[in-house]
Design a protein around this ligand. Structure first.
Ligand code: NAD
Length: 257
């Protein structure tokens, strides 16, 4: 399967799932655009190394996904967008009545509104070429809920709804839009939740991983960034031409419970 000739933009891709998805898309031959809000030499080096590993063009474009104009600017600066992976996301854990308003606003902006802005900017480019893929990285928390994660869960349910609407508005145009719903994947975002979860539940690290974080993941195994990347590559393949407006869970059975 080759994605040669396609340009993929992956938001929030200087670490974790986004970087894993970029790696698999590059392995399949796509040119990739990495992104985060920082603009450090190591961000650009990360893209250069990835491109060299796979023999593809790889660029890094800094843009803050909490700001609508920068989301749209990312697509414009890239100059082409055949594959858009909306992946940037943050987490914050607190009960609703103590949830800081600025954190609520930031999570909604980065985890949900950014996908609206990038999609709005990318669809005209996809329509002009008669082919496109929008892959939104939602979550098992786009389909189910847990306490203390109100903003994240509201945003991820929103991403699932946005994916369906995007699919309907692009149906029959060679463009598909789907949401991948990972269970727990061990990345910096999850690593950062462990101390909070230890505090909330009064448990040590191993116990909180086994008994809390992976409790709802029947496989009791973390999903990997390679698996999320491979699922993205599948959604970009001809086999998935008629797969649109749906969710694909990569969650070790979480949503089967
Ligand atoms: P991560 O913290 O490793 O990666 C998040 C990425 O988003 C980073 O590259 C970060 O730089 C970027 N980012 C953060 N704020 C940004 C901003 N304002 N502008 C641009 N980029 C920004 O986390 P991850 O676990 O790889 O998460 C990636 C996505 O996958 C998120 O949307 C997350 O909700 C989702 N997800 C993760 C898991 C999991 O278990 N790790 C499970 C389900 C869904």
């Amino acid at each position: 399967m080759t994605l040669a000739g396609k340009t993929a933009i992956i938001t929030g891709s200087n670490s974790g799932i986004g970087l894993g998805v970029a790696e698999e898309l590059a392995r399949a031959g796509a040119s990739v655009v990495l992104n985060s809000f920082t603009d450090r030499p190591e961000d650009h080096q990360l893209a250069a190394d990835l491109g060299a590993r796979h023999g593809v063009v790889a660029r890094y474009i800094a843009a803050d996904m909490s700001k609508g104009a920068e989301c749209r600017g990312l697509i414009a600066k890239a100059g082409a967008c055949d594959i858009l992976v909306n992946n940037a996301g943050i987490q914050f854990v607190a009960p609703i009545d103590e949830f800081p308003v600025d954190k609520w606003d930031l999570i909604l902006a980065i985890n949900l509104s950014s996908a609206f802005h990038t999609t709005a900017a990318a669809l005209p480019m996809m329509r002009a070429r008669g082919w496109g893929r929008v892959v939104n990285i939602a979550s098992a928390h786009g389909l189910t809920a847990s306490p203390y994660k109100s903003a994240y869960i509201a945003a991820k349910h929103g991403v699932v709804g946005l994916s369906k609407t995007t699919a309907l508005e692009t149906a029959g145009q060679g463009i598909t839009c789907n949401a991948i719903c990972p269970g727990y994947v061990l990345t910096p975002l999850v690593e950062a939740q462990i101390p909070d979860q230890m505090k909330v539940h009064g448990m040590d690290r191993d116990t909180v991983i086994r008994e809390v974080m992976l409790l709802r993941q029947p496989s009791r195994q973390f999903a990997t960034v390679e698996q999320i990347g491979g699922t993205t590559v599948y959604l970009c393949s001809a086999a998935a031409d008629q797969v649109t407006g749906t969710t694909i869970s990569v969650d070790g059975g979480w949503t089967a419970l």
